[in-house]
Design a protein around this ligand. Structure first.
Ligand SMILES: [Zn+2]
Length: 281
Protein backbone atom coordinates (compact mmCIF):
# COMPACT_ATOMS: atom_id res chain seq x y z
CA UNK A 1 0.00 0.00 0.00
CA UNK A 2 1.52 3.30 -1.00
CA UNK A 3 1.44 6.49 1.03
CA UNK A 4 -1.62 7.98 -0.73
CA UNK A 5 -3.65 4.77 -0.21
CA UNK A 6 -2.82 4.74 3.53
CA UNK A 7 -3.92 8.34 3.73
CA UNK A 8 -7.27 7.62 2.01
CA UNK A 9 -7.84 4.55 4.24
CA UNK A 10 -7.26 6.64 7.37
CA UNK A 11 -9.80 9.25 6.25
CA UNK A 12 -12.36 6.51 5.42
CA UNK A 13 -11.88 4.83 8.82
CA UNK A 14 -12.27 8.19 10.55
CA UNK A 15 -15.56 8.86 8.75
CA UNK A 16 -16.92 5.39 9.64
CA UNK A 17 -16.04 5.85 13.33
CA UNK A 18 -17.57 9.33 13.39
CA UNK A 19 -20.77 8.05 11.80
CA UNK A 20 -21.05 5.09 14.26
CA UNK A 21 -20.50 7.37 17.21
CA UNK A 22 -23.26 9.74 16.09
CA UNK A 23 -25.71 6.89 15.44
CA UNK A 24 -25.05 5.39 18.88
CA UNK A 25 -25.55 8.73 20.52
CA UNK A 26 -28.86 9.26 18.71
CA UNK A 27 -30.09 5.78 19.69
CA UNK A 28 -29.18 6.40 23.32
CA UNK A 29 -30.82 9.80 23.59
CA UNK A 30 -33.64 9.75 21.03
CA UNK A 31 -32.21 12.88 19.50
CA UNK A 32 -31.78 13.74 15.87
CA UNK A 33 -29.83 16.18 13.75
CA UNK A 34 -32.74 16.60 11.34
CA UNK A 35 -34.71 18.71 13.78
CA UNK A 36 -31.80 21.14 14.06
CA UNK A 37 -32.40 22.51 10.60
CA UNK A 38 -36.09 23.01 11.39
CA UNK A 39 -35.44 25.20 14.43
CA UNK A 40 -35.46 28.90 13.52
CA UNK A 41 -32.67 31.12 14.69
CA UNK A 42 -29.97 28.44 14.61
CA UNK A 43 -26.50 29.57 13.78
CA UNK A 44 -23.49 27.71 12.50
CA UNK A 45 -22.02 27.33 16.01
CA UNK A 46 -24.76 24.85 17.03
CA UNK A 47 -25.70 23.45 13.64
CA UNK A 48 -24.15 20.03 14.40
CA UNK A 49 -25.45 19.78 17.96
CA UNK A 50 -28.01 17.01 18.48
CA UNK A 51 -31.47 18.20 19.42
CA UNK A 52 -34.34 16.56 21.27
CA UNK A 53 -37.13 15.21 19.09
CA UNK A 54 -40.65 16.60 19.90
CA UNK A 55 -41.53 13.53 22.04
CA UNK A 56 -38.53 14.18 24.30
CA UNK A 57 -39.27 17.90 24.54
CA UNK A 58 -42.87 17.02 25.46
CA UNK A 59 -41.72 14.57 28.16
CA UNK A 60 -39.42 17.01 29.96
CA UNK A 61 -40.38 18.52 33.32
CA UNK A 62 -42.39 21.70 32.64
CA UNK A 63 -40.98 24.95 34.05
CA UNK A 64 -43.39 27.39 35.73
CA UNK A 65 -44.21 30.30 33.44
CA UNK A 66 -46.28 33.12 34.96
CA UNK A 67 -48.40 35.47 32.88
CA UNK A 68 -49.28 38.95 34.15
CA UNK A 69 -51.50 41.54 32.46
CA UNK A 70 -52.70 44.78 34.02
CA UNK A 71 -51.04 46.08 37.22
CA UNK A 72 -53.06 48.94 38.72
CA UNK A 73 -54.65 50.02 41.99
CA UNK A 74 -58.13 50.27 40.48
CA UNK A 75 -57.92 46.56 39.45
CA UNK A 76 -60.08 47.13 36.38
CA UNK A 77 -59.99 44.19 34.00
CA UNK A 78 -60.32 40.47 34.43
CA UNK A 79 -56.67 39.70 35.17
CA UNK A 80 -55.64 42.91 36.91
CA UNK A 81 -53.76 42.98 40.19
CA UNK A 82 -52.58 45.77 42.51
CA UNK A 83 -48.93 46.94 42.42
CA UNK A 84 -48.59 45.95 46.12
CA UNK A 85 -49.75 42.41 45.26
CA UNK A 86 -47.30 42.20 42.37
CA UNK A 87 -44.51 43.31 44.74
CA UNK A 88 -45.51 40.60 47.24
CA UNK A 89 -45.36 38.00 44.44
CA UNK A 90 -41.83 39.01 43.42
CA UNK A 91 -40.76 39.05 47.07
CA UNK A 92 -41.99 35.53 47.85
CA UNK A 93 -40.36 34.18 44.68
CA UNK A 94 -37.08 35.79 45.70
CA UNK A 95 -37.38 34.70 49.35
CA UNK A 96 -38.19 31.14 48.23
CA UNK A 97 -35.02 30.95 46.14
CA UNK A 98 -36.53 31.18 42.65
CA UNK A 99 -34.41 32.33 39.71
CA UNK A 100 -35.97 33.88 36.63
CA UNK A 101 -34.90 32.33 33.34
CA UNK A 102 -34.99 33.76 29.83
CA UNK A 103 -36.81 32.14 26.89
CA UNK A 104 -33.37 31.39 25.42
CA UNK A 105 -32.50 29.36 28.56
CA UNK A 106 -35.84 27.55 28.39
CA UNK A 107 -35.24 26.71 24.72
CA UNK A 108 -31.74 25.38 25.44
CA UNK A 109 -33.12 23.27 28.33
CA UNK A 110 -35.91 21.79 26.21
CA UNK A 111 -33.93 21.24 23.03
CA UNK A 112 -30.33 20.67 24.15
CA UNK A 113 -30.87 19.45 27.78
CA UNK A 114 -28.83 22.36 29.12
CA UNK A 115 -28.90 22.93 32.88
CA UNK A 116 -31.18 25.51 34.45
CA UNK A 117 -30.58 27.32 37.75
CA UNK A 118 -32.29 25.95 40.90
CA UNK A 119 -36.01 26.74 41.15
CA UNK A 120 -36.40 28.26 37.69
CA UNK A 121 -39.41 30.42 36.84
CA UNK A 122 -40.26 32.60 33.85
CA UNK A 123 -42.22 35.80 34.37
CA UNK A 124 -44.10 37.11 31.34
CA UNK A 125 -46.29 40.15 30.65
CA UNK A 126 -48.90 40.47 27.89
CA UNK A 127 -50.44 43.41 26.05
CA UNK A 128 -47.70 46.11 26.21
CA UNK A 129 -49.23 48.02 29.15
CA UNK A 130 -47.26 51.11 30.24
CA UNK A 131 -47.06 49.86 33.84
CA UNK A 132 -44.95 46.95 32.61
CA UNK A 133 -42.22 49.50 31.97
CA UNK A 134 -43.01 51.83 34.89
CA UNK A 135 -43.78 49.31 37.67
CA UNK A 136 -42.94 45.73 36.69
CA UNK A 137 -39.50 46.04 35.08
CA UNK A 138 -37.91 48.23 37.82
CA UNK A 139 -39.25 45.88 40.51
CA UNK A 140 -37.96 42.78 38.70
CA UNK A 141 -34.57 44.42 38.40
CA UNK A 142 -34.56 45.25 42.12
CA UNK A 143 -34.85 41.51 42.88
CA UNK A 144 -32.24 40.62 40.23
CA UNK A 145 -34.99 39.16 38.02
CA UNK A 146 -35.60 39.60 34.30
CA UNK A 147 -38.96 39.28 32.51
CA UNK A 148 -40.42 38.60 29.08
CA UNK A 149 -42.64 41.30 27.58
CA UNK A 150 -45.04 40.33 24.78
CA UNK A 151 -45.98 43.31 22.64
CA UNK A 152 -49.01 43.82 20.40
CA UNK A 153 -47.56 46.33 18.03
CA UNK A 154 -50.76 48.30 17.28
CA UNK A 155 -50.33 49.89 20.73
CA UNK A 156 -46.98 51.63 20.04
CA UNK A 157 -46.99 55.08 21.70
CA UNK A 158 -50.74 54.95 22.54
CA UNK A 159 -52.16 56.16 25.86
CA UNK A 160 -51.72 53.59 28.68
CA UNK A 161 -49.35 51.54 26.52
CA UNK A 162 -45.58 51.51 26.18
CA UNK A 163 -43.75 53.85 23.86
CA UNK A 164 -41.28 52.40 21.40
CA UNK A 165 -38.54 53.96 23.52
CA UNK A 166 -39.75 52.15 26.66
CA UNK A 167 -39.77 48.86 24.74
CA UNK A 168 -36.20 49.50 23.58
CA UNK A 169 -35.20 50.22 27.20
CA UNK A 170 -36.61 46.86 28.34
CA UNK A 171 -34.45 45.08 25.78
CA UNK A 172 -31.41 47.13 26.81
CA UNK A 173 -31.97 46.24 30.48
CA UNK A 174 -31.72 42.53 29.65
CA UNK A 175 -35.41 41.66 29.48
CA UNK A 176 -36.73 39.62 26.55
CA UNK A 177 -39.15 41.21 24.09
CA UNK A 178 -41.59 38.95 22.25
CA UNK A 179 -44.51 39.43 19.87
CA UNK A 180 -48.21 39.23 20.76
CA UNK A 181 -49.55 39.92 17.22
CA UNK A 182 -50.39 43.25 15.60
CA UNK A 183 -53.90 43.80 17.01
CA UNK A 184 -54.63 40.78 19.24
CA UNK A 185 -56.51 38.79 16.59
CA UNK A 186 -56.39 35.09 17.50
CA UNK A 187 -54.15 32.79 15.45
CA UNK A 188 -57.07 30.49 14.54
CA UNK A 189 -58.45 33.40 12.49
CA UNK A 190 -55.35 33.81 10.27
CA UNK A 191 -56.59 32.20 7.07
CA UNK A 192 -54.71 33.83 4.22
CA UNK A 193 -51.07 34.64 3.72
CA UNK A 194 -51.96 38.33 4.08
CA UNK A 195 -53.19 37.66 7.66
CA UNK A 196 -49.85 36.06 8.59
CA UNK A 197 -48.00 39.00 7.05
CA UNK A 198 -50.12 41.55 8.92
CA UNK A 199 -50.20 39.80 12.32
CA UNK A 200 -46.79 38.10 12.42
CA UNK A 201 -44.20 38.80 9.69
CA UNK A 202 -44.45 42.61 9.47
CA UNK A 203 -44.84 43.37 13.21
CA UNK A 204 -41.96 40.95 13.95
CA UNK A 205 -39.67 42.95 11.65
CA UNK A 206 -40.76 46.29 13.12
CA UNK A 207 -40.38 45.08 16.70
CA UNK A 208 -36.89 43.76 15.91
CA UNK A 209 -35.89 47.23 14.73
CA UNK A 210 -37.23 48.79 17.95
CA UNK A 211 -35.74 46.18 20.31
CA UNK A 212 -32.46 46.10 18.41
CA UNK A 213 -32.40 42.29 18.45
CA UNK A 214 -34.12 39.25 16.96
CA UNK A 215 -37.68 38.63 18.19
CA UNK A 216 -37.80 34.84 18.65
CA UNK A 217 -40.77 34.32 20.98
CA UNK A 218 -44.54 34.60 20.55
CA UNK A 219 -47.53 34.66 22.93
CA UNK A 220 -50.85 33.59 21.40
CA UNK A 221 -53.57 36.29 21.71
CA UNK A 222 -56.11 34.91 24.23
CA UNK A 223 -53.83 31.86 24.53
CA UNK A 224 -55.78 30.22 21.73
CA UNK A 225 -54.03 28.05 19.13
CA UNK A 226 -54.62 25.15 16.76
CA UNK A 227 -52.22 22.59 15.28
CA UNK A 228 -51.94 24.41 11.95
CA UNK A 229 -51.18 27.69 13.66
CA UNK A 230 -48.49 26.11 15.84
CA UNK A 231 -46.91 24.55 12.75
CA UNK A 232 -46.86 27.89 10.91
CA UNK A 233 -45.47 29.77 13.92
CA UNK A 234 -42.56 27.30 14.15
CA UNK A 235 -41.26 28.96 10.96
CA UNK A 236 -41.04 32.32 12.73
CA UNK A 237 -40.32 31.62 16.41
CA UNK A 238 -38.18 29.35 18.61
CA UNK A 239 -40.90 29.22 21.28
CA UNK A 240 -44.59 30.17 21.41
CA UNK A 241 -46.56 30.50 24.65
CA UNK A 242 -50.17 29.51 25.29
CA UNK A 243 -52.12 29.66 28.57
CA UNK A 244 -52.95 26.66 30.74
CA UNK A 245 -54.35 24.56 27.91
CA UNK A 246 -53.26 21.20 26.54
CA UNK A 247 -49.98 21.22 24.60
CA UNK A 248 -49.56 20.00 21.01
CA UNK A 249 -47.41 16.84 21.27
CA UNK A 250 -45.96 17.40 17.78
CA UNK A 251 -45.19 21.07 18.44
CA UNK A 252 -44.38 21.27 22.16
CA UNK A 253 -41.99 24.19 21.57
CA UNK A 254 -44.84 26.17 20.01
CA UNK A 255 -47.31 25.40 22.82
CA UNK A 256 -45.46 26.21 26.06
CA UNK A 257 -47.97 26.50 28.91
CA UNK A 258 -48.31 29.57 31.11
CA UNK A 259 -50.42 30.37 34.15
CA UNK A 260 -52.36 33.65 34.37
CA UNK A 261 -51.69 35.36 37.71
CA UNK A 262 -54.49 37.55 39.08
CA UNK A 263 -54.90 39.10 42.55
CA UNK A 264 -53.63 36.17 44.61
CA UNK A 265 -51.90 36.09 47.98
CA UNK A 266 -48.19 35.24 47.73
CA UNK A 267 -48.85 31.80 49.24
CA UNK A 268 -51.71 31.33 46.76
CA UNK A 269 -49.29 32.05 43.94
CA UNK A 270 -46.85 29.33 45.09
CA UNK A 271 -49.68 26.81 45.59
CA UNK A 272 -51.03 27.50 42.10
CA UNK A 273 -47.56 27.15 40.59
CA UNK A 274 -47.19 23.72 42.20
CA UNK A 275 -50.69 22.66 41.17
CA UNK A 276 -50.21 23.72 37.55
CA UNK A 277 -46.58 22.78 36.89
CA UNK A 278 -45.85 20.07 39.47
CA UNK A 279 -44.06 20.15 42.81
CA UNK A 280 -40.62 19.09 41.59
CA UNK A 281 -39.61 22.64 40.69
ZN1 LIG B 1 -53.17 39.56 25.27
Amino acid sequence: MNRTSIHICAIFLGLVLLSCNRTNQQQRTGTSDAATAAAPGNNSAIINQTVNAPALVYAKQEIPVLCYHRIADDKKGEYALRPATFTSHMKILSDSGYHTISPAQLYDYLVYNKELPDKPVMITFDDSRVEHSLIAAPLLEKFGFRGVFFIMTITYNKKNYMTTEQIAQLAMAGHAVGLHSWDHTMVIKYREDADWQKQVAEPKKKLEKIAGKAVEYWAYPNGVYDHKGAEELSKYFKLSFTLATKRDSLYPLQTIRRMIVPEWTPQGLLQSMHRTFGKKI
